[in-house]
Design a protein around this ligand. Structure first.
Ligand SMILES: [Zn+2]
Length: 384
């Protein structure tokens, strides 16, 4: 992975490159940023740069002995740890059990979605984790001598999925690292990382991608997509390339029920019905959303929370509507009139109610009751 092949993040790339040039590589680093920003790719590009034998001023050479192995992720001094699932074949799974799948997952795309990874290696809806037994593997890999490169590098992807006992063992390694070892933890949720690790590790914040970076890249991948679709997708993605790309894929796929269009209808109907406080209509709305199944229900919450947030921002700072809102044109037409109902008297409660309902649905509670309850609460809150 070369730096030049990863979009955006100019400042971070410079900072990482300078740390190598100035020989100030911190032995434990935390790459923190939201999903779809290319953090894992940056971590790999950085590791490759550290190991490259012919590095240039601003990138790896891409062709030396080390780079050729990096291109296939088979360098003997590059190690990965990532969440895995229990399967029939692997009752006590560790990362290396899934190494072939991992390599093709990482190489196939520069943006790596946790859900795609878990769905790809598991059946049903399995939970991924970095299990306790992984710490033995980490110790084994790092106490080996380096094979070829100056540094042994261990990249731990989605390190927040590490169980407590694995975290504690890792902490010991970070405190007393083997010689010439570099740990890179790639993380989306900082608060799920145990604080003792957090306090001993250098933080590298990976920012959201800019709309321009996202739309430039989308244009390359979808040369036939309309400009408006690209612009809208980049705009609603809130800095995540994966979200933008998924949106376009869905819109362009004729067999897919366009989740955003569906969610837009469900959301606007819910708000109208709740405001009218008509219980019978609420019941038919509930029947409607429950027809689509859990996945649509889950995506509805993310959608609804985004529209509520954007409407609130629009309500409190209408003058900034072009700069701070992430709304498609259709959503803006609705929100123009609707935003006056989302205000400082009800925003906190609305968030809470949606959050509670979302958690209930994630826990597989009975959806009809959850949604009817939610609709009734919204009816009250919209009148505040
Ligand atoms: Zn090289």
């Amino acid at each position: 992975m070369l730096f030049k092949d990863i979009i955006g993040h100019k400042d971070i790339k410079e900072k990482l490159i300078n740390s190598v040039k100035n020989n100030r590589i911190s032995h434990a680093q935390l790459f923190l940023g939201k999903g779809g920003t290319g953090k894992l790719s940056l971590a790999i590009a950085y590791a490759q740069y550290v190991s490259c034998i012919n590095k240039t001023e601003d990138d790896s050479c891409g062709t030396c002995k080390s780079c050729r192995k990096y291109n296939k992720l088979i360098h003997p001094d590059l190690h990965f740890v990532y969440p895995v699932v229990r399967t029939k074949k692997f009752k006590k799974p560790v990362s290396s059990d899934f190494l072939p799948e991992w390599r093709s997952f990482v190489i196939k795309d520069k943006f790596h979605s946790y859900n795609d990874w878990i769905d790809g290696i598991g059946t049903d809806k399995l939970q991924g984790s970095i299990y306790a037994q992984e710490s033995q593997e980490i110790i084994k890999k790092l106490t080996l001598k380096t094979f070829e490169a100056e540094y042994k590098i261990m990249i731990i992807w989605m390190a927040e999925k590490m169980n407590v006992s694995a975290s504690n063992k890792l902490l010991k390694m970070i405190e007393e690292p083997p010689q010439k070892t570099l740990f890179i933890l790639v993380v989306e949720n900082e608060e799920q990382i145990i604080t003792t690790i957090r306090s001993r590790i250098q933080l590298i914040k990976i920012n959201r991608l800019s709309e321009k970076d996202i739309s430039d890249e989308l244009e390359k991948i979808f040369p036939t997509a309309e400009g408006e679709l690209i612009k809208d997708s980049a705009r609603i993605a809130d800095g995540s390339f994966s979200v933008a790309k998924k949106n376009i894929e869905q819109v362009l796929d004729p067999t897919f029920i366009d989740a955003n269009t569906k969610n837009f209808e469900l959301f606007t109907n819910l708000m109208r019905i709740a405001y009218g406080a008509n219980v019978l209509r609420m019941v038919s709305w509930v029947d409607e959303i429950c027809k689509f199944g859990r996945e649509q229900e889950k995506s509805f919450f993310q959608y609804a929370l985004r529209l509520i947030r954007e409407n609130f921002i629009l309500n409190i700072t209408p003058e900034n509507k072009d700069e701070i809102t992430f709304l498609s044109d259709k959503e803006y037409q609705f929100s123009k009139n609707f935003n006056r109902f989302i205000n400082k008297n009800n925003i906190t409660n609305l968030y809470e109610e949606f959050g509670k309902a979302q958690a209930d649905i994630e826990r597989n509670a009975y959806d009809k009751i959850v949604f009817l309850d939610l609709a009734l609460k919204i009816a009250q809150l919209l009148r505040k």
